[in-house]
Design a binder for this molecule. Sequence first.
Ligand code: ADP
Ligand code: MG
Length: 600
Amino acid sequence: MAIRILPPEIASQIAAGEVVERPASVVKELLENSLDAQASEIKIEILEAGRRRIEIADNGNGIPFKELHLAVERHATSKLTQAADLFQISTLGFRGEALASIGSVSRMTLISRHASDPVGARLEVEGGRISEVTAVGVPTGTVVQVQDLFYNVPARLKFLKHDTTERHQIDQLVTRYALAYPQVRFNLQQEGKPALRTSGNGDRREVLATLYGAEVARQMLQVISEEEQIQVAGFISPTSLTRSNRREIHFFVNGRPVQDATLVAALLKAYHTLLMVGRYPQAILFLEIDPERVDVNVHPAKAEVRFREPERIFSAVQRAVRRALLAHTPVPGVGEQLRWSPAATDGPVGVGWQTSLERTSNRWQTPDWSNLTPPGVDAGIPNSESLDAPIKQPIPQGGQIRLENGSTPILRLIGQVANTYLVAEGPDGIYLIDQHAAHERVLFERFQSSAGQAFPAQSLLQPALVEISPASARLIQTELPLLEHLGYQVEHFGLNTFLVRAVPSILSGSDPAIALRVLVEDFEEDETPLQAEAEARLVARICKRAAVKAGQTLTPDEQRSLLDGLEACSSPRTCPHGRPTMIHLSVDLLERQFGRRGAR
Ligand code: ADP
Ligand code: MG
């Protein structure tokens, strides 16, 4: 066939395909236009999941009468004037394509009045054909009606999902914008019924409640941070609140929702080992950076961006999240934790408290400086006097001391209670340690630190035949090579039956059937973890099974070595599944409880 230039209708349908994929993409483009027009109120009405009709009305600046016909032309925009502007975009739109694209695949009516015009203007576009502009009496703002989407592209229609799915997409989209713009009042109606309504009072947590429900909204932790002119704000789930997939992780960059693997990876890294493996946090985070540091012109639907310094962004996000997590996941019972370091000599100031947030190897971290109560800080040398009378003063931020790893035991063992908890004395009070959770953590980190070599295999004297459920059998079969790495020798024997020849030596005491089933306990069907996560998940399960149980008597030596192990952990406060390993009763709390404080 000869080469020909495509007729404009076909060319514009092809272009439209990039921008307008489904009803939700129409809603996205129109919403962004309203937000760019500084609207404080946006009303959206959807009929038949958007196939029949999408209408958006805003009270923004409006389009001047004389420009209305231009608004629906391709590559017509008021948001860019020169090429250089492309590298510092501060509006959501800039491609000048949305209205033209939508108009080429639907019957669209555009009505708008600019504040400076006495009357409004109206025009229609049907399958790309633009009507005359007529005058109409309307208030300032813009209304866009999109009817019969894809009426002229039947192939597209076929690709649309079930109505419920398309409606859900729209719900999700509008809710996310509502979160990003809490100062804008949103009103979404689907099939004539209210679907979402926000007050526009600027309170993000209130909007959050519409997205996740009041209870979850209450629990979500706030992130606020700024470093190197990268602002990170928003909400993340506490370690106790997790999901089996990443679908509730949302990022916005300069008010624009983006899909970015780097950002998600940074978030997950911050949660590393604090969540049960195979579980994911929920998050909605807003990054604000200089528009020059991010290229938004890399994706037709503007869903992806490119950062100029991805590593900086990565660490800013990771640190912001980590800090919020640590600030909100203290050892239960107190708000702040300190680590006594009498041996410290290499610090910049002679203050014996380790305070660095950034180091992963430190144990007790003090994210909140405002209400810190060190039990006595006297040029780094503890003395009984200062311990008796705690000084209430914040430690200067520069007063950080690096600890030699594991140099001084920080906990003095007192004993075991109820065959379940260890009691220990620390620099600032009493610690109650859950022996099972603590041991899980110790085993888990030991495995991680020895690059996966910590579980030698223990051959069984007699190989055992083990039968498990069909779903579990499928899972185990797919992970046989990994199992060998973890110390198992397992062969597929028959339908759901396996021959177990060896188990990880830390499980050697248990029934082979249990040692195998451990791997698939509480497995969720919809999990499709990456390989690295699959391993961590399995390791956590093995550790849970192998850890000492509640109710198990431990000899003083065993107790001591458990404490030592815990002290060597990088995240000693939680077990690999995210539950706390210890509760702290501070001297301060004891004094208050005994009425020794405040009486003087
Ligand atoms: P872009 O948003 O990339 O500029 P669009 O095709 O979405 O391209 O819109 C074209 C132009 O129409 C915009 O630049 C803007 O000037 C005007 N416009 C569109 N929608 C609105 C609105 N809701 N309020 C005011 N102006 C609008
Ligand atoms: Mg636009």
